[in-house]
Design a protein around this ligand. Structure first.
Ligand SMILES: C[S@@+](CC[C@H](N)C(=O)[O-])C[C@H]1O[C@@H](n2cnc3c(N)ncnc32)[C@H](O)[C@@H]1O
Length: 276
């Protein structure tokens, strides 16, 4: 038997569409009730129903199609990653808050092709491990990772130790602290005891988490711009999310030296390259 809920996977993001379609349907009925008699309204509602069902069907068809493409992209990224990197142990699941396989692959490819000397990462985790494998293979470079969460920074240290990669990454616990950066009040990593490096070739922005404040990652470029090397690359995760997309656009207006490339993955990745 046709199972509606298996066929149509309803997600949070579908709700606005469903509300719009149902709103139109309700509006038609209300207008009908106010202007004509009940039997005409029932007739109108019945004739509108197939259109409503078709619209919803089209919406879910497109949503499922997008999901299938994203899943394939993810699988391809997994396969590439596991073919390219000789992991010593299984790696933690790349779900939830962790780096997506697409992000991990993008970071790894940049490290292999651009051979950065100094990598700085905001938000430690699997991405720190990927960076470590990259610099070990390059036999060149160092990774410096900031994390606002003590437990999480400890967890990342343990993962690195298990993989024998701890010598490549300095994980620094830097709680978020009220600061004014370039005239803007914000909550940002307290780097006072972190000894952040200069001359950064690759900056990976995957923290702080969005929930910590509005435009949580906005201060990243203001804070690190003067520490970037002449041809630095910046990788921004979640770049398709409204907030991060706005942040990247504003950065590009204020710092026009950067070019922008977008990887259209599930969460989106922006790669900004400083033009020499
Ligand atoms: C987007 S996550 C960074 C993920 C990291 N780049 C990785 O590859 O795993 C940003 C921050 O959220 C925190 N975090 C990570 N996973 C979390 C979880 N499951 N619940 C709450 N906070 C988490 C960590 O402090 C991390 O620095």
């Amino acid at each position: 038997m046709f199972d509606f809920f298996t066929h149509f996977k309803i997600k949070h993001s579908d709700l606005p569409y469903m509300l719009v379609y149902l709103g139109i349907f309700t509006a038609v009925i209300v207008i009908g009730l106010l202007t004509v008699n009940m039997s005409t309204v029932i007739l109108m509602a019945i004739s509108c129903l197939p259109i409503l069902i078709l619209l919803l069907h089209y919406h879910f068809y497109r949503a499922n199609e997008t999901l299938a493409i994203q899943q394939q992209q993810k699988q391809q990224a997994y396969f590439s990653l596991f073919n390219l990197i000789d992991f010593k142990l299984p790696i933690p699941y790349m779900t939830g808050w962790a780096a997506t396989p697409e992000l991990a692959l993008a970071i790894y490819e940049i490290i292999k092709t651009e051979q950065p000397s100094q990598i700085v990462e905001l938000g430690s985790g699997i991405s720190s491990l990927i960076c470590a494998y990259g610099v070990e293979e390059n036999k060149y470079g160092a990774v410096f990772s900031l994390d606002h969460d003590k437990n999480y920074s400890q967890k990342t240290k343990e993962i690195l130790l298990q993989h024998g990669m701890e010598q490549h990454v300095t994980i620094s616990y830097a709680p978020l602290k009220y600061q004014v950066i370039k005239g803007r009040e914000c909550s940002w990593y307290d780097c006072s005891s972190a000894n952040c490096p200069d001359n950064i070739d690759l900056l990976i922005v995957d923290g702080p988490p969005v929930k910590t404040q509005k435009q949580a990652r906005y201060p990243a470029l203001d804070y690190f711009y003067s520490k970037l090397s002449v041809s630095a690359t910046i990788v921004v995760h979640d770049a398709l999310r409204e907030e991060e997309a706005a942040i990247v656009d504003e950065w590009l207006q204020r710092y026009p030296k950067f070019s922008k490339e977008i990887i259209h993955s599930e969460k989106g990745i922006a790669i900004l390259r400083k033009q020499v």
